[in-house]
Design a protein. Structure first.
Length: 328
């Protein structure tokens, strides 16, 4: 339990740094939202880092619920956006991201930024550097991911609601979700075996998935992170057998596993390593050589299959792959 709490604390700290959730930034969001809503502004409290919430009107009045001190209900406590200021204290209320005041401010700011509000100007002219010799237009774009029901999804916070393919494509489970760069899967195909390496399969395979099916599906999944190519197109380019019917269950079974986030995160990490350092073996060249060389005749292959208690008729069609070429 202690290790789990320590890991959660580290994740929380990393999320604050990644999302820039500094106290002054949260305070600025609330300050601007109150100004846009034409509500009274926060006033500095008696202690640095604290703020007094004035009497708000309309729906904003709900943001003051809970500010009264339990022992003295007629006294309204100040708020703070700094976790360190509020630690081990009851005379100050921590306005975290889940606090009603902050949530209402964020909702208003999102509505204004994404165009459904009516207080912010969509185009503005500002004086820039005098060294610019001509008119400069700055365009800002945004990425919105929607689910099947049309709801907007935020990558890290809605990671569990995404399909496994989208989780891999946007690398949302890594804490550094980002838009796919359009990586060409063909480049990775040349650096991958036809089945995931056995040691990686032993570490990552859920017990509900057949080992052979998992190895092939996981190898194909390594082509997905950062790519915009559909899974079906990647599967069609796969140079070996892909267990098409079983691949449909791969995402479902991985999602049902309690370690699904760790499994997909490991596949993303492995993909990043391969992109940076390449594969230790030129698998594309190995497959090319295997297709040009007669490794075993049918009789020898049949004897080997019988010795290993495998039905020869089932495997005789691809002795080259079974001998390990292109798979390991």
């Amino acid at each position: 339990m202690r290790e789990r709490l320590a890991a959660l604390r580290d994740d929380l700290y990393e999320s604050r740094v990644t999302l820039h959730l500094h106290p002054d930034r949260v305070h600025r969001v609330v300050r601007i939202a109150l100004a846009l809503a034409r509500e009274p502004a926060l006033t500095p409290g008696a202690e640095p880092g604290t703020w007094v919430v004035p009497s708000l009107t309309g729906s904003w009045s709900r943001a003051t619920i809970g500010l009264e001190h339990p022992a003295t209900p007629d006294v309204r406590r100040p708020i703070t956006f700094d976790h360190d200021v509020a630690r081990d204290r009851t005379d100050v209320v921590l306005a975290h991201l889940g606090h009603r005041l902050v949530r209402m401010a964020l909702a208003l700011m999102r509505a204004e930024v994404w165009g459904t509000g009516n207080h912010l100007h969509r185009v503005a002219i500002r004086y820039a550097d005098a060294r610019l010799g001509s008119l400069v237009a700055v365009a800002h774009g945004r990425l919105v991911i929607t689910g099947a029901a049309g709801h907007r999804l935020l990558l890290e916070h809605r990671d569990a609601r995404l399909r496994p393919a989208d989780r891999l494509r946007y690398r949302s489970m890594t804490g550094k979700g980002r838009r796919p760069e359009g990586t060409d899967p063909s480049t990775r195909l040349r650096a991958l075996p036809l089945a995931l390496w056995p040691d990686w399969s032993i570490r990552l395979r859920p017990p509900t998935i057949d080992p052979n099916s998992f190895r092939i599906a996981a190898a194909i999944a390594l082509c997905v992170p950062g790519a915009t190519t559909p899974i079906r197109s990647i599967r069609d380019r796969w140079p070996g057998p892909c267990f098409t019917q079983r691949m449909g269950r791969f995402g479902t079974l991985v999602t049902a596993d309690p370690h699904s986030t760790a499994i997909l995160g490991a596949l993303c990490a492995l993909t990043e390593h391969l992109d940076r350092h390449g594969a230790p073996i030129d698998y594309d060249r190995r497959r090319t050589l295997a297709s040009q060389i007669e490794l075993l005749d049918v009789d020898a292959w049949t004897i080997m299959c019988r010795a290993g208690a495998h039905p020869p008729a089932r495997a005789a069609s691809s002795p080259k792959h079974a001998c390990g070429y292109g798979r390991r």
